[in-house]
Design a protein around this ligand. Sequence first.
Ligand code: MSP
Length: 634
Amino acid sequence: MSKQRLYLTTPLYYVNDEPHIGHAYTTLLADVMARYHRLFGRDVHFLTGTDEHGQKVQDAAKKLGRSPQEHCDITAQRFVNVWDKLNVEYDDFIRTTEPRHEKVVVEILQQLYDEGEIYKEDYEGYYSVTEERFFTEKDLVDGKDPIGGRPVEKIKESNYFFRMSKHQQWLLEFYESHPDAVLPEFRMNEVKGFLQQPLGDLCISRPKSRLSWGIPIPWDEDYVTYVWFDALLNYYAATVSPPEGSSPAWPADYHLIGKDILTTHAVYWPTMLHAAGLEPPRHILAHGWWLSKDAEKMSKSRGNVVKPLDMADIYGPDLFRYVLMRDMVVGQDANFSEEMFVKRINSDLANDLGNLASRITKLIDKFFDGVVPEADALPEDELPQLAERTAHIVFQKVEGIQIHAAIEETLQFVRAANRIFTEGEPWKTVKQDREAAGRTLSTALEAVRIAAVLLQPVLPNKANELLERIGADADIQYSWDDTKWGTSLEGRKLTHGDAVFPRVEKPKPPKAGETKPAKKDDEQKTEDDYLSFDQFKQVDLRSAKVLHAEPVPKTDKLLRLEIEVGEEKRQLVAGVAQHYAPEEMIGRTIVIVANLQPAKIRGVESQGMLLAVRDGDSLNLLTPGDVKSGLRVS
Ligand code: MSP
């Protein structure tokens, strides 16, 4: 019998953005679902990628003196890197600048144009560069765009329109007959509500005179395609030319998205597909937002964006995956704070699972020479029955995309195993009844094995480490049969190492006296806080040109730069690696403090320091513009 196929996707992320918790969540949800379904024995195809056209990309590239394609090549890599780091195993990564994607977009546009689904018309509206779309006068709030509150520009131009309105009735009927096409249910209601209003047609072109970085409209060289019309087609394009060895079939089973892009996915996209004679996706799942602990939206300007890499660096990628999956009910918003992160890890993983595993293995080491004793369960044993029930519920919860509940169910099972193990007191009974003690230890260990297999999709590395510790096979693709109770561990030898789930602590802020806290702008300054002009003159600030840049080995934050300061060549170590790729640094003119005493940073000498401005989580280099190197900054 052939395996049941499952095709699931994430949104294509804007290539300009630095990867943040929102991107990480959608992608991890997809990865965890993909891994569970592989465990269930399905043939999974998981697609992610980057959205690379549009005004913002064109503008950013220009600012950096690069071609848009060069810019995309550099910035798309940041997503590839972050997914590697977070152990995301996608089957395909599609970029909207790839020929395989552009080809499908051009073909579908031409087909729709030939069939009269696309027409040209004069249009006047208010254009927002940030949102890359038009608003009507009615939409504006205080003359600004209603989404980000940014300035808009009144523009009159001819454009191409897709007859979206023609497909409104069909879409409504489709949603009536497929109530689970949009999930959760309350999002479906929102979409149906939206469809009660007359649907306009969709402007799908931009004149090249204003924006050239897009897929050319095949029949009119003066226009490029609107980014959303281009980007949405990726989901289908990836099935037309998939990577070798995979054969995803349209329609997609799940498009995973955030709630903010529901209309584009649940209204624009199915109507586009219907016009092209293609089936709509089976399910669109809109998840909620991660908010800061004060329930605020995370944004660059508020400086409260959680960087997935920071969390993964401090605590390891698996723990980050665990908390994101455990603490968000799919569909709802959730709050994120490092405190809750630490609490969750310590209670579930260190206290419950980790502690149980280490108590059992210590006793097996002590009384059974580290070899798992015989374990024939008795009919009255509670754990085998609980294991069967747990696996069944986990399966159902994952099918219903209740990942937090699947995890919680597994942890309930671990807690039950902990209780039964403690009640069995094998450390006492071993003296009178060695066989009974061995059985208590073995059955508890079997429970740990099953829990590890059930948690492997969420904690791929840590679960493997744990399986290895308890003598089970690690680094293999487990199957659903492996969640059944058994005696596979009998006679196996335990392995040793550090605790798999040690307690974690939030790194402490520096103690008073270690660094002088910066005064806030609104705090009163005293005389001591001011420099005299002579003091300031002692700081030698110079323009410098970056000739070469490379990461400092074994750090994530540092780059080693070779710079030119006038005639002189120097080396700097700069903490910019999380904000700038080495290639992005090369050729830049920066500002450095040229008369700082050299210092060794991670064993590498730094002859000076570069200047940059931190804005929340983002860091921007100070640049003097296009000037020679070695000039004094005054
Ligand atoms: N490029 C479009 C998608 C095109 S798909 C054909 C886009 N890109 S994005 O980079 O902005 O995507 C962001 C994704 O991350 C969306 O699913 C969005 O909902 C999600 N999130 C962004 N911030 C978020 C949080 N704070 N929390 C959870 N997810 C949020 O939109």
